[in-house]
Design a protein around this ligand. Structure first.
Ligand SMILES: N[C@@H](CCC(=O)N[C@@H](CS)C(=O)NCC(=O)O)C(=O)O
Length: 206
């Protein structure tokens, strides 16, 4: 049974969705990041960057327990463990890695800054909010153009879709209207209709 250390956030949801899609048994260990639990020594031992998500798999690659932090690394670990959602074909695998890295490097940090600046006093936020809203909308445009060519970002459904989905799930919070990105909207509805994805968003993480 894998322990999932998470909270009800985009990065936490990526992993509950992936665990459900991979049909891996898991148990949620909520880490209340609003109360500073991400700084507690026990959690730091498995997540040295004091961020959720993290997992502990009692059956690691060599049979011994392993902990993994950083959501992209967790998704890759789970995909390799199960042999699912990371294409074998090398060309398609490159696409999955590209879009996973695209999410980790931009389509998360940028909308995350929008969430931050929305919480800042109006007099202090104009520059930051405009900058990160523009960048977030640019990234939605990039995704929309990609999804005009393929059903899922790498072609077949992959962990890169789960990574991106965690953030699109919060589109209203970062003030993005999916009607402006019809291919993203089609992809989003398609994924949200999957029973395992629905379970991944329904499982309590807090
Ligand atoms: N690059 C990290 C980012 C993780 C991250 O930012 N997690 C947030 C919640 S979505 C967190 O733990 N925040 C707690 C804090 O800022 O102290 C990943 O993808 O795992």
């Amino acid at each position: 049974m894998i322990d999932l250390y998470a909270w009800n956030t985009p990065n936490g949801r990526k992993i509950s969705v992936a665990l459900e899609e991979m049909a891996l048994p898991y148990r949620v260990k909520p880490v209340d990041i609003t109360q500073g639990q991400q700084h507690e020594p026990d959690f730091l031992a498995i997540s040295p960057n004091n961020r959720i998500p993290a997992i502990v798999d009692p059956e690691g690659p060599d049979g011994a327990a392993i902990s993994v932090f950083e959501s992209g690394a967790i998704l890759l670990y789970l995909a390799e463990k199960t042999g699912r959602f990371l294409p074998e074909d090398r060309r398609t695998r490159v696409a999955a890695l590209e879009w996973l890295m695209w999410q980790m490097g931009g389509f998360g940090p940028m909308p995350g800054q929008v969430h931050h600046f929305l919480g800042v006093a109006e007099k202090d936020r104009a520059y930051g909010l405009t900058r990160y809203l523009n960048e977030t909308r640019r990234l939605y445009g990039v995704l929309d153009r990609r999804l005009a060519q393929v059903a899922y970002v790498a072609g077949p459904l992959s962990i890169a879709d789960f990574a991106i989905l965690g953030w699109v799930w919060r589109h209203e919070r970062h003030q993005v209207d999916l009607a402006n990105y019809p291919m993203v909207e089609r992809w989003y509805r398609d994924l949200m209709d999957r029973p395992a994805v629905a379970r991944g968003f329904a499982v309590p993480l807090s």
